[in-house]
Design a protein around this ligand. Sequence first.
Ligand code: SAM
Ligand code: SF4
Length: 458
Amino acid sequence: MNSSNTPRANRYNKTNVSGKTFYLETFGCQMNVHDSEKVVGTLVEQGYSQVETPEEAHLVLYNTCSIRDKAEQKVFNRLQNFKRDAGKGKVFGVLGCVAQQEGEKIFDRAPHVSLVCGSASYTRFGEMLVQIEAGNRRVTGLSLDTEETFDTPFTRRDNPHRAYITIIEGCDKSCAYCVVPFTRGPERSRTSESVMAEARGLAEKGYSEIQLLGQNVNSYRDPSPAGWDFATLLARVAEVPGIRRVRYTTSHPRDFVRAIVDAMDSNESICDHVHLPVQSGSSKVLAAMDRLYTRDEYMRRIDWLKSAKRKYSLTTDIIVGFPGETEADFEQTLQLLDEVQYDSLFSFKYSPRPNTSALAMEDKVPDEEKQRRLLILQEKQRAIQIRRNAESIGSVREVLVEGRHESLGQWIGRTSDNRTLNFSHPETGGKSLIGQYLSVRVTRSGPNSLVGESVTVV
Ligand code: SAM
Ligand code: SF4
């Protein structure tokens, strides 16, 4: 996300007559990236303009992540660096998960912070800005008691071709390790009508790829009388004229029903990729994590996907070293990797988080052991990816062009099955290919990406 692989983020300003400037840095998941796009929209609507560095800004905002301890520490390091600027006319704000989790304690730890706002309070963000402008130096938005979702017509999108749509916020599950229910509040779905209107509006503006977002997208339940489930919404978004690709993330395995595979099979514009976080290959650990499925139930979903009409790439998330995870449990996770043959995965050492039930669990795994397991897991997956990616050599794949590596003289494309495919293309006379769909023959592969040559004549 927001890496050098994507087109440079737009910097926004309306007509700034007031000299109000802001800098916003985003940490964490795609939900946070998209929340920031909406926050930027609200700021610009209220007369602020975006600047490139915190030094230039009047208002410095951090949209934070607290999923693991490391992520949380980042924002406090940033704030520490700017302590000297307190009182020099700069105003600091902490948004998102750390804001919700730490609340007013942030004012004690970093007294130069004036605004602390969790994501469930973003609907009031505009009002909070007015309070800040009026000189209030202790402004908070920390209630989780909401049925609202943060929908705004002012979203300022970072990418001109691929757009996010949040369809569901919060989470009603209670995985033993996870802070999300405490930082993002209860599950709230948007109406299908508002999601469809946003999708059509994006297509009219020229966006061709849509990514549906939620902590658990497939728990989606339309609150309007239409009562669509996730599979129906996915299929309908994929039918919007002008939309060539639809992705979605993240799916919870318990709510991953067969109808989703059917919707994918019958809709070419739904991308050939499913991210289905397993967390562990041991049913004992899954039960301790309160994941609501067993290894066998998870594997049944994988079987549906492997026997589907189309070929789907599969990715997952894995946590190693959850309390009570024995060597035998870890072995079961390694065996699961052999069985599924994931195309990619995100792997994490278990990180104890505030408020979560796992904090009280015994049989903690020492950090060196977590590290050892992480490395073994990653090494195994690397070998699988080298093999999986090599299977693409010789095939012709459609890519959406997302960027350019000037130094390598290559364009950066993404396949429908979510692989990065860097490719050469005849001289374009300075014309950018970004945003186009091209056919590329794969000539080489590595563990994390493919390399090829364009076969499209532009
Ligand atoms: N809702 C998704 C699901 O149920 O699979 C996951 C969303 S979570 C924001 C993203 C990933 O972070 C999780 O799948 C998990 O692997 C990881 N994660 C969450 N809490 C963690 C913790 N305390 N320690 C390590 N990894 C964690
Ligand atoms: Fe966290 Fe579990 Fe909810 Fe996913 S389902 S966001 S891991 S509590």
